[in-house]
Design a binder for this molecule. Structure first.
Ligand SMILES: C[S@@+](CC[C@H](N)C(=O)[O-])C[C@H]1O[C@@H](n2cnc3c(N)ncnc32)[C@H](O)[C@@H]1O
Length: 238
């Protein structure tokens, strides 16, 4: 795929570079919690056997795999990303599992999804809406491809309201995570970017309001690990 410019070009090349160490780094910096958050996000999609799901910005496919466990038998999960190397990592992971026949990997852009309107029972995005060029467009696209009454689920970093947690979060993201990135992945910049991207990212009610304006109802959010992580869930308006 060609034609990415600006932030998208930068983000795509970063993920292409760090793909082989991405999962290990996730495990270490989340202290092993990342699997728990993705499992929870999948459960909040409200899908079951036969369901049709889309995971945008799937990366190494971990959330897509959690969704596949819920929709079998008879369901299907489309897992989309614009980084060919992240998709190769996803392929290596998923092809070794019993769910490989259920997951279809798609190279594509979250801002211009290659799917018709109102086809998916749920659409998810984990740890990626901070990285896209235009959050509102990404959410509108997720809503567009979701069926009326289907859910859109967003898992991402958050900003604790509690002052002590907020300070801890800041120290962890600014001082610890970039060092871990240097040791584990060989690069600190992409991990220093986590903190700077979070500063500009709307969280809690602000994100809920943007989701509502994108066409979702009944938005709820759940927070985990000292409010450092959140899952927002909304239902496409009927
Ligand atoms: C931090 S990773 C998250 C991956 C995965 N969702 C997870 O839970 O680990 C962000 C992913 O979003 C992808 N991405 C960022 N912007 C994108 C866009 N506009 N279209 C498609 N993929 C995008 C990157 O290539 C990367 O794989």
């Amino acid at each position: 795929m060609v034609g990415f410019k600006g932030k998208a070009f930068y983000v795509r090349s970063v993920f292409d570079r760090i793909s082989s160490r991405y999962d290990l780094m996730n495990k270490v910096m989340s202290l092993g919690f990342d699997g728990v958050w993705r499992r929870k996000a999948a459960q909040l999609c409200g899908v079951s056997s036969g369901g049709l799901c889309l995971d945008v910005c799937t990366g190494s496919g971990m959330l897509a795999l959690e969704l596949a466990k819920l929709v079998r038998p008879g369901g299907r999960v489309y897992a989309l990303d614009f980084s060919p190397r992240m998709l190769s990592t996803a392929y290596s992971r998923i092809s070794k599992t019993p769910y490989s026949g259920l997951v279809e990997l798609v190279e594509g852009d979250a801002l211009n999804l290659p799917f018709k309107d109102s086809v998916f029972d749920c659409t998810t995005a984990a740890f990626c809406l901070r990285n896209v060029e235009d959050l509102k467009v990404a959410l509108r696209e997720m809503v567009r491809v979701t069926k009326q009454g289907g859910r859109v689920v967003v898992l991402d970093l958050s900003k604790p309201s509690n002052k002590v947690y907020r300070k801890l979060n800041e120290i962890y993201l600014k001082a610890v995570v970039p060092v871990l990135g240097k040791i584990i992945v060989g690069e600190s910049d992409p991990y220093a970017y986590m903190h700077s991207s979070l500063i500009k990212f709307p969280v809690k009610r602000e994100l809920a309001e943007i989701m509502s304006r994108a066409g979702l109802d009944g938005i709820k959010y759940y927070e985990f690990n000292l409010e450092m992580i959140s899952i927002h869930v909304g239902v496409k308006k009927i």
